[in-house]
Design a protein around this ligand. Structure first.
Ligand code: SF4
Length: 466
């Protein structure tokens, strides 16, 4: 989970990139960084934490220039520490280069061991650095050729934005196109963003997606499109369906489709597949809201906000007394008694990972007077971990990997539970057959062969009976 942003050819490049990173903040809150180019030199500012906490007027004033790239990070490979904060900035024989990455490389461990055995010295523990070392070793004369040569060696998920000190910006998506990356225009400037919600904020116009297996290069003369040299036989689009289910912002287009409408359709299909008598449909906010609206529209049962989310919960450092149980969830969510008291409540959530939060929500609603609590999940059971850049827990922690739906229902103590079918979810994103999408965390059918360390994790989980 990460967000990337780029702007090329605008007098307020750093300010615009700052705003873009703000809009992408939901994609990662561990660190934020920005690199701008001016006078043939790259300048960088990175910090742990949120964009708003780390970029003030002074910091932005130290990043002059007409082009910049930004990154917000949630670690999936490499630990949460400042040295792993992106964009990374490197010097190599061709000059300076900065890179921002969304996704996860599945063969980074093997490649890193190979590069280290040949003398490469790594500065971070991030998989992204592997790409930079491969570029530095490539014999091709220019940055485009070096990037192509490097990407020929890596496998997995990457949506990348790069910038050089001679003001060339490159954007690339892997041949599967796991993670989103869109191109827009802001007056004469080109903009790049993981999600289009950033374009809306800076008033840029959405043009199109970077295609799977495509590199776009933006320089003074305009934008050119190139195919990854090896990609013709490898391009097999498998966009991450979880971006639609949960991850992307509902006001974004990802993979060219409205996230909000896809979630609403998931809720409608869920109401068709798993109807239940009830008095009120309530979402688990925020991400469950569009699906709950869809469920309500389809079923004719009124939609209400029966749970309110606090938007001011950061990390909590105080330990609750034993007597204050369910403290963590209660800080984030509170039931609205006047909505649920005496009612048969249908709760719509977009995912159920460990089951512990759902169990607390059910209890909270009963304590607020709910007569019945029926749980409806607008996605299939999450049975497998993601290795392509979403921070799902290990298989052993995924409750659906080792329990039936009935067992999960008993654990969370609801009156009934149902999940959306796989076909229902795929239909909601416009692909009944599932073609064009990865849904491996629901099926175990991984579209790109996993690396050694990932396979070790799967085998040890299976050996433990999960
Ligand atoms: S495994 Fe799941 S979360 Fe990961 S890319 Fe595939 S659909 Fe997305």
């Amino acid at each position: 989970m990460c967000g990337v942003f780029g702007i090329h050819g605008h007098e307020e490049a750093a300010n615009i990139a700052y705003l873009g990173m703000h809009a992408l903040q939901h994609r990662g809150q561990e660190s934020a960084g920005l690199v701008a180019v001016d006078d043939n030199r790259l300048r960088r500012h990175v910090a742990m934490g949120l964009v708003s906490d780390n970029f003030n007027r002074d910091a932005l004033a130290k990043l002059p220039g007409r082009s910049a790239i930004g990154h917000v990070r949630y670690s999936t490979a490499g630990s949460s520490e400042l040295r792993n904060a992106q964009p990374f900035l490197f010097e190599y024989s061709g000059g300076q280069l900065a890179i921002a990455h969304n996704g996860n490389l599945v063969n980074a461990t093997e490649l890193r061991a190979e590069l280290e055995s040949q003398g490469s010295i790594f500065q971070t523990s991030s998989d992204t650095e592997v790409i930079v070392h491969l570029m530095a070793k490539a014999r091709e004369p220019d940055v485009l050729g070096k990037l192509m040569a490097a990407l020929r060696r890596v496998r997995g998920a990457y949506s990348l934005v790069l910038i050089t000190n001679d003001n060339r910006m490159l954007a690339v998506r892997d041949p599967n196109g796991f993670r989103p990356l869109a191109i827009g225009r802001l007056k004469d400037a080109f903009v790049l963003s993981s999600e289009t919600c950033a374009f809306d904020l800076v008033e840029a116009e959405y043009i199109r997606e970077v295609e799977p297996g495509e590199i776009v290069m933006i320089e003074k003369g305009g934008m050119t499109s190139h195919k990854l040299a090896f990609s013709a036989e490898h391009v097999r689009p498998t966009f991450c369906v979880f971006e639609h289910v949960y991850f992307a912002r509902p006001d974004s287009l990802v993979n060219g489709k409205s996230v909000y409408r896809a979630r609403e359709r998931m809720g409608q299909k869920l109401a068709q597949e798993a109807p239940i008598a009830g008095d009120v449909v309530i979402p688990v906010p925020d991400s469950g809201v569009p699906a709950a609206i869809g469920y309500s529209k389809e079923s004719g049962i009124p939609f209400e906000m029966g749970l309110i989310r606090s938007h001011y919960v950061g990390r909590t450092f105080i330990e609750p007394q034993d007597s204050i149980r369910h403290f963590g969830v209660r800080l984030k969510l509170s039931p609205v008694r006047s909505v649920v008291d005496g009612k048969r409540v249908i709760v719509v959530d977009d995912s159920l990972v460990r089951g512990t939060t759902s169990r607390k929500i059910v209890k909270m609603l009963r304590n607020a007077g709910a007569r019945e609590v029926h749980l409806r999940i607008s996605a299939p059971p999450t049975t497998n971990p993601c290795f392509y850049g979403i921070d799902t827990p290990n298989r052993s922690e995924l409750v659906a990997a080792s329990h039936t739906v009935e067992e999960i229902g008993r654990y969370v103590t609801c009156d009934s539970i149902a999940y959306l079918s796989h076909a229902g979810m795929m239909g909601a994103v416009g692909s009944e057959s599932g073609a064009g999408y990865c849904s491996a965390c629901f099926t175990g059918d991984y579209p790109v062969a996993l690396g050694t360390s990932d396979l070790v994790q799967i085998r040890s989980a299976r050996a433990a009976g999960v």
